[in-house]
Write a protein that binds this ligand. Structure first.
Ligand code: PAF
Length: 283
């Protein structure tokens, strides 16, 4: 595995790989690699000849009150995990080479980036959209694998690819869960043991929704309210939002229509850690 830190060097390698007709798969991360990231690498390995893993803690997607400076950066451990996962190139630039002095351009997301997570974290998705687009230009992938856990981020990336006519196939990877049902996430390391077990309430909420829809309950806001109550009555947990949305625009849906697909989005605080999760349903 080669470690590259300079964008122009990564670009030159990617260009050469393309000239040699190598299929490039990219997995973008902020490091602190876990089972979820490794499942993305595995998917990339299955569908591409060359796998590029990027590690960059992107300052422009963090709010002023967020955890940019505390964000875990176990680089040596990440290198070992990436090697073991048979990554070909690890692209790990520093902030100065991605946003040099006098950097000025930011991608502005439309309505999809302003709802839900976008409303709670103003500017977050503009930061994500900008770095993902820059990393597309630097790594020149044919395929890019993103986790379904960040469902709104995934929808925004699909929208960017569509709106900007990028010739990249976006592959959605299933959510990896701990035994308790808690979705694997880099921020889970901030949870105490007690909070970690309480946090499985989000997954229990998803299971409750699944049961309600199987029982042909039609009123989605009522199901969401029940899940909010489940979260609120779990010690140390507080619901931020629970909502059923349509898959494309992420607009709230009120009533179930037979044969349609919906996504349940959940955000909740467990102690001081904000967690998100989601589940997809077909009525
Ligand atoms: O999902 C993440 O880890 C980040 O938002 C991403 C896509 C790597 C962009 O910084």
């Amino acid at each position: 595995m080669q470690i590259i830190t300079e964008p122009c060097q990564m670009q030159a390698i990617a260009e050469k790989l393309r000239l040699n007709r190598q299929l490039i798969g990219v997995v973008m991360t902020m490091g602190a690699l876990h089972e979820g990231h490794l499942s993305l690498v595995k998917l990339a390995r299955q569908s591409a000849g060359t796998v590029i893993l990027t590690i960059f803690v992107n300052p422009s997607q963090f709010g002023l009150d967020e955890d940019l400076h505390q964000y875990p950066r176990p680089f040596e451990q990440d290198v070992a995990l990436a090697k073991a996962a048979e990554v070909d190139y690890l692209f790990a630039p520093d902030a100065g080479s991605i946003y040099p002095e006098n950097y000025q351009t930011t991608l502005e997301c439309g309505a999809l980036g302003k709802r839900l997570e976008g409303e709670r974290r103003p500017g977050h998705f503009n930061g994500v959209a900008t770095i993902v687009t820059k990393l597309f230009h630097i790594t020149k992938p044919h395929r890019a694998i993103f986790g379904q856990k960040d469902a709104q981020q995934l929808a925004i990336i699909r929208q960017i690819v569509k709106d900007l006519d990028l010739d990249i196939t976006i592959v959605a990877a299933p959510i990896i869960r701990e035994e308790s049902g808690l979705a694997v996430s880099s921020r889970n390391i901030y949870l105490s043991n007690q909070e970690r077990s309480a946090a499985s309430i989000l997954y229990q909420g998803i299971c409750h929704a699944e049961q309600c829809i199987a029982d042909k309950k039609k009123e989605l806001p009522a199901i969401a309210a029940e899940i909010e109550q489940m979260i609120g009555s779990t010690p140390g947990c507080r619901s931020d939002y629970v909502v059923f949305v349509d898959e494309e625009r992420f607009l709230p849906v009120e009533t179930v229509e037979e044969g349609k697909e919906y996504r349940l989005l959940l955000a909740a605080w467990c102690g001081r850690v904000r967690l998100i999760d989601n589940g997809k349903f077909r009525a």
